[in-house]
Design a protein around this ligand. Structure first.
Ligand code: GLY
Length: 366
């Protein structure tokens, strides 16, 4: 069992990583529950596998589970679904002293966390992430949001959960593709500032993708520890430190936008290709050795992830991809910051990137 603190003063909380934790969830959740009931928000796919075990364990401790099952998929992060969810909670008589539990992937976590931030001016919530991507990224750090007509995650709040319970065993019901896509975010932590962890990934990715519990637990714990450290330093992404977590996301955002945010290229896959492009672009600018960029590309390829424009099935011009980047929410005062690297484990924020040069680089990339 690993308990990782997110050190944010009064808003601090613990993240527990333990194989099988969901089967005795009550032991871990009870200290955070102030009434004899909880509201569990989940999606149809997750509910099929994991709602009953959670319900049964809480019921043994006298806690009633009132559940709300949403459609799986990004369309659930909408104003309409937020309204339906908060109306449902109010109809059920939810009070500020109640607790919401997000049982699901990033969509459920983001929507539930946002609903918790506004319900009766704010109630507590717990994250029980069930995808690798949610376990290593979205459930940690308190970013909550819905999508708007203008783009993804544009309406939301920083709202920290009071506890995160991560059970790597729940990943057994995740598709191979979603597992791999989540693995891209694991690799990211090695590339940001932990070269030994990237080397661990190179040695252990097969065990991890085969869902070996020790490999999964180690990768999740390392990732969560890395993210918790960065969030503690820059909770609201003000100093540039938290922005490091966006490695691969600016290039990735352009690829996702070009593929219409469709299932042709899911978020983690876009981030994978985006990280390879960020490393190759760092070589072009003279920051990074070609050998490091090649090592990143090789590892992504070995793990079955996209590592280039063509392997992500994107054939757009550099100019068109840069146009997508201009709609990125990281754009400030006409400037788009890029995460580049001096090498593996040496990511930095560059504010002087010439978008015409990025477009030329993309035109020359395969
Ligand atoms: N996923 C990036 C962040 O949480 O800041």
């Amino acid at each position: 069992m690993n308990r990782i603190p997110v050190e944010l003063g009064g808003d601090g909380y613990d993240i527990l990583v333990e194989a099988g934790a969901l089967n005795n969830a009550a032991t871990h959740l009870l200290p955070h529950i102030r009434k004899d009931r909880v509201f569990v928000i989940t999606d149809a796919h997750v509910a099929e596998h994991w709602l009953t075990p959670l319900e049964k364990d809480l019921q043994k401790s006298g806690i009633k589970v009132i559940s709300h099952i949403l459609d799986a998929g990004e369309q659930t992060k909408s104003w309409g679904e937020l309204e339906k969810l908060t109306d449902w909670l109010l109809d059920e008589g939810a009070e500020r002293s109640d607790i919401l539990i997000a049982l699901g992937g990033g969509v459920i976590g983001d929507l539930t966390g946002f609903a918790a931030s506004i319900l009766k001016r704010g109630c507590h919530f717990i994250q029980i992430p069930t995808s690798l991507l949610a376990q290593v990224d979205s459930s940690v750090g308190g970013k909550t949001a819905i999508n708007s007509r203008a783009g993804k995650n544009l309406i939301g709040r920083f709202n920290q959960p009071v506890f995160v319970l991560i059970d790597p065993m729940v990943l057994n019901t995740l598709s191979d593709r979603e597992l791999r896509a989540g693995y891209a975010e694991v690799i990211k932590y090695g590339l940001i500032n932990d070269a030994p962890f990237f080397a661990w990934c190179e040695d252990n990715y097969e065990a991890l993708l085969n869902r070996e519990p020790d490999a999964l637990s180690h990768a999740i714990t390392q990732s969560v520890r890395a993210k918790a450290g960065i969030v503690a330093e820059d909770e609201k992404e003000l100093s540039g430190r938290r922005a490091l977590l966006n490695l691969g996301h600016t290039f990735g955002h352009a690829l996702e936008a070009e593929t219409g945010y469709s299932s042709n290229l899911v978020h983690g896959e876009a981030v994978a290709a985006g990280m390879a492009l960020a490393f190759h672009y760092s070589v072009r600018r003279g920051h990074c050795d070609e050998a490091d960029a090649q090592r990143v590309e090789n590892h992504l390829k070995n793990a079955g992830l996209p590592y280039s424009l063509s392997s992500a099935s994107v054939r757009a011009s550099g100019e068109k991809l840069v146009q997508h980047m201009l709609h990125d929410k990281k754009m400030t005062s006409g400037n788009l910051p890029f995460l580049l690297a001096n090498g593996i484990g040496q990511t930095f924020l560059a504010n002087d990137v010439d978008l015409a040069d990025v477009a030329a680089f993309l035109d020359q990339s395969d």
